[in-house]
Design a protein around this ligand. Structure first.
Ligand code: NAD
Ligand code: IPM
Ligand code: MN
Length: 365
């Protein structure tokens, strides 16, 4: 049988709750395909700060690098919000993405027929939406220098960051996006702020240059403010979106709500080689942490992405995706996707129901 080693990073808040569900689902779906996993759980984020004083311990990064794939819950919480920057959980996450060199973040937003009623958009607007946001993940204003705090010419205190993209960074994310669009419906929209920002003008120039390698893809460009509006006006106009780190962060949260809840959206972060990082797009949800209220499906679907994009195990991935659909078909809903006539369950029970569906389904792929 095949064996893979998985680094689990439960993190903070609802992270451990959703990771525990996803781990069991991964284990079962794998075993039905003759796959065996060895899981190594490592500290990360606020829990690592409390344990060893840094948000990304060296042992955690090296374990992640040595494994076949990394599954992360979420990090962050009120307790660490006022820490110095290098002692923030979020800094640990950025160090992890940088350390694994996972520059391409795929964030699919799909409106499942079962959840049309959970969307805040009208049925006819939400129905059938299937957008893939390709977010650049290791560059832009998150990493650009100079950055920091200081004083300006008039002696006033300031905080500053730099949006910067090198040619190789735009070229490689553009290629991932064109390839992604090719496997989907052949349409790519590059989102930028090229009417104002030099970094965006350069981004657009390089995306247009790379487009020459993909004459079969229909490329368009949109300013980010318009894109934010178009996503709620008529999301079905989009197939694949490619954008920088910060715009991708914001637009993917916006896109998640079209699908019913941020608790549904998985992601895959991939580099040129080495293990991928798989995580829900949501955070540690401190407002509901420890209450068994979290929707684990974003993490469960991230585990499916891990199988598909990280390990090339498409059948096992399909088992998980099908089980999620079946569980929703049976009417089970956590609070964030609840609507009248469905069955309200907690995080654990949702996990048990998904496991039952993985176990019982007949796979037809
Ligand atoms: P959040 O995504 O944690 O929560 C936003 C809202 O969505 C909250 O009301 C929360 O209860 C709800 N929500 C999120 N995930 C849910 C789920 N699975 N099921 C049900 N409801 C869910 O964003 P925030 O409140 O802005 O941030 C909280 C903390 O998480 C901060 O410290 C932030 O830095 C961190 N964060 C981490 C990640 C990550 O680990 N990748 C991502 C985003 C935010
Ligand atoms: C995300 C989060 C992170 C980001 C934070 C926690 C650093 O919002 O994964 O979307 O901004 O990338
Ligand atoms: Mn985010």
């Amino acid at each position: 049988s095949k064996r893979y080693s998985i680094t689990l990073l439960p993190g903070d808040g609802i992270g451990p709750e959703v990771i525990s569900v996803a781990k069991n689902v991964l284990k079962l779906a794998g075993s039905l395909e003759g796959i065996e996993f060895s899981f190594q759980e490592m500290p990360m984020g606020g829990s690592a700060l409390d344990l060893v004083g840094v948000p990304l311990p060296e042992e955690t990064l090296s374990a992640a690098k040595q494994s076949d794939a990394v599954l992360l819950g979420a990090i962050g919480g009120y307790k660490w919000d006022n820490n110095a920057k290098h002692l923030k959980p979020e800094t640990g996450l950025l160090q992890l993405r940088e350390g694994l060199k996972v520059f391409a973040n795929l964030r699919p937003a799909t409106v499942l027929p079962q959840l049309v009623d959970a969307s805040t958009l009208k049925k006819e607007v939400a129905e059938g939406v299937d957008v893939m946001v390709v977010r650049e993940l290791t560059g832009g204003i998150y990493f650009g220098k100079p950055r920091g705090f200081g004083t300006n010419e008039s002696g006033e205190e300031i905080g500053f960051n730099t949006e910067v993209y090198a040619k190789y960074e735009v070229d490689r994310i553009a290629r991932v996006a064109f390839e992604t669009a090719r496997k989907r419906h052949g349409k790519l929209c590059s989102v930028d702020k090229a009417n104002v920002l030099e970094a965006s003008m350069f981004w657009r120039k390089r995306v247009m240059a790379i487009a020459a390698e993909y004459p079969d893809i229909e490329l368009s460009h949109m300013y980010v403010d318009n894109a934010a509006m178009q996503l709620v006006r008529n999301p079905k106009q989009f197939d694949t979106i490619v954008t920088n780190n910060i715009f991708g962060d914001i637009l993917s949260d916006e896109a998640s709500m079209i699908t019913g809840s941020i608790g549904m959206l998985p992601s895959a972060s991939l580099g040129a080689s080495g293990p991928g990082l798989f995580e829900p797009i949501h955070g540690s949800a401190p407002d509901i942490a420890g209450q068994d209220k979290a929707n684990p499906l974003a993490t469960v679907l991230s585990a499916a992405m891990l199988l598909k994009y990280g390990l090339g195990e498409e059948k096992a991935a399909k088992r998980i995706e099908n089980a999620v659909l079946e569980t929703l078909n049976k009417g089970f809903r956590t609070g964030d996707i609840y609507s009248a006539g469905t069955k309200l369950v907690g995080c654990k029970e949702m996990g048990e129901e998904v496991l039952k569906s993985v176990d019982s389904q007949v796979l037809t792929v």
